[in-house]
Design a protein around this ligand. Structure first.
Ligand code: ADP
Ligand code: MG
Length: 352
């Protein structure tokens, strides 16, 4: 197995004292903040932010000497994201994804290419993570309520739900472009993969519009391409999972995606216990062994789903999975706040 760089070793390497550093993670809703150095060329930064997907801040940045062109490109990218949201939302009754869920146990549903792509990758990840990432977690998510009612499912519900959350019961007919959920009550949930996929599509639209450098941020899912105006890499700040707004490390990145799954993003407290939105499919309760996982990948959909999967797997198995995969490298913060960085990322991370 490849050697991993533990925080302590990294600190030694940097010659810093232990107490000056804390654990690593990307922040909550604001998440990773990419800082732009003031452009030296005639390239200008155009940035537009909107709230989408319910309550997520989506921010698009494009570098161009022609700001009108940049604005148009960003506007086209937002349109494409809206189209995909309408296709994939679990919460819109008329979306294709909802129609698949409504037809669970009844009949297959004809779907568009994008849904097939997301499900194909999601199911692949489900197999590779031995079900830690679970494309069929939807019905369990629906029995929890992390926002309004702060609801925990009952024991009877959990028993019944375990039969409706088997990803092996999601049938994909790629040639026929059909999806069928074998059991009644099953629901697929794109929450752990869709934002990365959509961010990637936004990048494609910007590229097709002639933008050569940009940054797409959907809360904790980032896709970035090209360089900043002065030719340097994008700097992505990584926030402390227990201290809101505090950045503890940064990464210099170009042409890649980075996603974070953290236990501090969506949660509630009841009787002194914190319950968050990343469920261990084995128990259908929150996965407890990580505080946060960030994954850097060539593609948004991989970064997003691998971060969710590795988080649920826990620090050891999660890091083994990242080291095995050719699609991602990562930073894992375990339940005690200990940081592990995968070997290929070690040279690009800087602790603050
Ligand atoms: P966020 O949505 O906060 O950016 P993630 O990308 O990690 O964070 O996705 C969390 C979402 O993924 C949850 O809200 C839920 O919809 C879904 N989810 C929760 N547990 C799992 C799991 N074990 N496998 C796949 N998806 C999950
Ligand atoms: Mg994810």
């Amino acid at each position: 197995m490849e050697r991993m760089i533990k925080r302590r070793e990294m600190l030694k390497l940097l010659g810093l004292s232990l107490c000056s550093l804390c654990s690593l993670s990307l922040p909550g809703n604001a998440h990773a903040l990419a800082a732009l150095i003031k452009p030296k060329s005639d390239l200008k930064e155009t940035q537009v932010s909107r709230v989408m997907f319910g309550n997520i801040l989506v921010s698009l940045t494009a570098l161009s000497s022609d700001q009108k062109k940049a604005r148009q490109a960003i506007s086209d990218a937002f349109l494409e994201m809206k189209r995909l949201e309408h296709l994939m939302s679990m919460f819109r009754k008329e979306s294709q994804l909802s129609r698949i869920n409504q037809a669970a146990g009844l009949r297959p549903v004809k779907v568009d290419r994008e849904i097939l792509e997301v499900l194909d990758l999601g199911l692949q990840l489900s197999r590779e993570t031995e079900g830690a990432f679970n494309m069929a977690i939807g019905s369990a998510m629906r029995h929890w309520d992390f926002i309004d009612k702060k609801r925990i499912p009952t024991e009877e519900e959990i028993q019944a739900l375990s039969r409706a959350t088997r990803f092996e019961d999601v049938m994909l007919d790629k040639a026929g472009e059909m999806v069928f959920l074998k059991k009644k009550g099953m629901q697929i949930d794109p929450g752990g993969i869709g934002k990365g996929y959509i961010a990637e599509r936004a990048k494609t639209i910007l590229l097709e519009s002639g933008i050569t450098s940009g940054l797409i941020a959907l809360a904790g899912d980032l896709v970035l391409f090209g360089t900043k105006a002065d030719g340097s890499s994008w700097r992505v700040g990584v926030q402390h999972p227990r201290r809101k707004g505090e950045i503890v490390a940064s990464l210099d990145l170009t042409d890649c995606a980075i996603s974070t799954s953290g236990d501090y993003e969506r949660f509630f407290r009841k009787d002194g216990v914190t319950y968050h939105h990343l469920l261990d499919p084995k128990t259908l309760f929150p996965a407890r062994r990580c505080q946060s996982v960030s994954v850097v990948s060539e593609k948004g959909s991989y970064a997003d789903s691998m971060a969710t999967g590795a988080f649920v797997m826990g620090p050891e198995k999660g890091m083994q999975f990242l080291n095995r995969s050719e699609h991602g490298e990562g930073i894992i913060i375990d339940g005690a706040g200990e940081i592990t960085v995968s070997p290929k990322l070690a040279s690009r991370i800087r602790f603050h």
